[in-house]
Design a protein around this ligand. Structure first.
Ligand code: CFM
Length: 547
């Protein structure tokens, strides 16, 4: 399956799986069983099947987020000059305000940056009874008067869908009245089984209302867009630095450190580089269909993958000078990487990690741990789909259920005036034969060791049970898990917001991460901790269904 050594024997992994399921009533266990998979190549040489992107079981404490979170908090949120209004009760706007670390940098003091603000219609009981559209119109007008933005985005929260406010009609009217782009999104929290639905809704809206709307062509011999990079902890800044050093023009990212202006120019790019496949693969496909811009998967998490992605980029353009520049950049950047690895790897080699994060990082960060010689014993996504686990080849066989049908699929056609395939079919075939992952993503499982445990939408109970059974040296997850895990005396590194650290992308990011992991795993505090419940249990109980 990969060059990685087995992390557990298959039998051991099966035992752990059985113990995890043991506490559940039969019906629940039957469902969870399909979402907890021992990684093992089948006879066809392919990853095993896993169940993913299905409804969380009632009663299980999930780490997932809602559709509104995926739409506003993840995909559209990082764009600094689109004024964003949450149509809903104040809590939704409040909790999606500066709670993540998308950074942004204006080019000058006169540039719009609305990211420090959180705008909400603050729906009240009487609006729920009599409707909230009037209030929304008023809010859009007020916001326009105060900020004079180029564009306004409106996000729907759960009650908006339940009472039937037509945010799209309001957006259309306001767009006409104000003469700027105003668009609404039906991204009610309940719309999908997780935030993943919100990604799709945001992709559709940005593609429809923003992409291609700026006719000004950016300069540059090599032009790329970076898709699925949200500038958490300054990751995009680090990637911008690398691309600039190569003389490659980054037209826009989707959407870390991006603007309405740059996203409008996206169709001028020669290629789309896809970081987070889960959140943005829709956009990559739609841009290819409409404008002829191909995409390939990159990974800038880890020094090795960063070097590989830069080489692929040079290969795509087939330019000898660019390739030479890439090689010397890699060599220069690797000096600091090697130095840091020589220091920390002996202190971390062989240590074990569990990693349950989102829809792409549980995969991307595995390379960083391999560079440190650490073993990923178990990993999983919260809301990814089967393709993110098993590879895009399984997409035709993914069952479309009622929940997925709930999310609109845009019908996209060639834009006859602007469509131009950037590479011929023959060129694409040649690039693929050289190993460029064009239109492809292999997924997480193919890179994980045999006998590792892959767990989708892990529950709180399972996390604690795994700690007891596996006794990992480190756990990577988010804020919901952090303090519970640390009370067990096990360090937890947040891979959503990076705690206070980062950037972790690119070569300098890798060095930051190596240091951080050494600091955490080899910190002396953990051994001294005894969980309060180990010292003096205050409660005891048993599962009702077992009595
Ligand atoms: Fe993509 Fe993300 Fe992620 Fe994601 Fe997220 Fe995120 Fe994440 Mo938190 S878009 S799937 S919905 S890389 S917010 S920036 S860290 S769960 S692994």
């Amino acid at each position: 399956m990969s060059e990685a050594k087995a992390v557990m024997s298959e039998a051991m992994a099966e035992t752990v799986k059985k113990e995890l399921l043991d506490a559940y009533p039969a019906k629940i266990a039957r469902k969870r069983e399909k979402q907890i998979v021992v990684n093992k190549k089948g006879e066809d040489g392919l990853a095993p099947e896993i169940q993913a992107n299905t409804r969380t079981l009632p009663g299980i404490i999930t780490q997932r987020g809602c559709t509104y979170a995926g739409c506003k908090g993840v995909v559209v949120g990082p764009t600094r000059d689109i004024l964003q209004i949450t149509h809903g009760p104040i809590g939704c706007g409040f909790y999606s305000w500066l709670t993540r670390r998308n950074q942004t940098r204006t080019e000058g003091p006169e540039d719009d940056n609305f990211m420090p603000y959180s705008l909400s219609t603050d729906l009240q009981d009487k609006d729920i009874v009599f409707g909230g559209e009037k209030k929304l119109r008023q809010a859009v007008k007020e916001a326009y008067a105060a900020f004079k933005p180029k564009a306004i985005a409106i996000f729907s929260t759960c009650p908006v869908g339940l009472i039937g406010d037509d945010v799209h009609a309001v957006a259309r009217d306001m767009s006409e009245e104000l003469g700027i782009t105003v668009f609404g999104m039906s991204c009610e929290g309940y719309k999908g089984v997780s935030q993943s639905a919100g990604h799709h809704i945001a992709n559709n809206a940005v593609f429809t209302h923003v992409v291609g709307k700026n006719p000004e062509e950016p300069a540059g011999a090599f032009k790329v867009n970076m898709l699925g990079e949200y500038n958490i902890g300054g990751d995009s800044f680090e990637l911008e630095r690398l691309l600039e050093a190569l003389g490659v023009t980054l037209v826009t990212t989707f959407s870390g450190n991006s603007t309405f202006v740059t996203m409008g120019q996206a169709p001028f790019a020669d290629v789309n580089l896809v970081m987070c496949h889960r959140s943005i693969n829709y956009m990559a496909e739609m841009m290819e269909t409409k404008y002829g811009v191909p995409w390939f998967k990159v990974n800038f998490i880890g020094a090795g993958p960063s070097a590989k992605s830069l080489r692929h980029l040079a290969e795509y353009f087939g330019d000898a000078a660019l390739a030479a520049k890439a090689e010397s950049l890699i060599e220069a950047e690797m000096a600091a990487v090697k130095e840091e690895l020589a220091r920390v790897r002996p202190r971390l080699e062989g240590k074990s990690v569990l990693m349950y994060v989102g829809g792409s990082r549980a995969h991307h960060y595995q390379d960083l741990f391999k560079e440190l010689g650490m073993r990923v014993v178990s990993a999983g996504y919260e809301f990814a789909h089967r393709d993110d686990y098993e590879g895009r080849r399984v997409m035709p066989s993914i069952k479309v259920d009622a929940d997925s049908r709930n999310i609109e699929e845009l019908h996209v056609e060639k834009d006859e005036a602007r469509y131009s395939p950037r590479r011929s079919d023959a060129q694409i075939a040649e690039l693929k034969s050289k190993g460029l992952p064009i239109n492809d993503y292999e997924g997480m499982m193919s890179e994980m060791a045999e006998g590792s445990l892959v767990i989708d939408d892990i529950s709180h109970y399972e996390t604690e049970k795994l700690i007891e059974l596996v006794k990992p040296d480190l756990l990577c997850a988010g804020i919901k898990e952090k303090y519970v895990v640390q009370k067990h005396g096990i360090p937890l590194k947040q891979l959503h917001n990076y705690d206070i650290g980062g950037p972790y992308a690119g070569f300098r990011g890798a060095v930051n991460f190596y240091r951080e992991i050494d600091r955490l795993v080899n910190g002396s505090v953990w051994g001294k901790l005894k969980a309060p419940w180990d010292k003096a249990p205050q409660l005891s109980g048993s599962y009702g269904w077992k009595d």
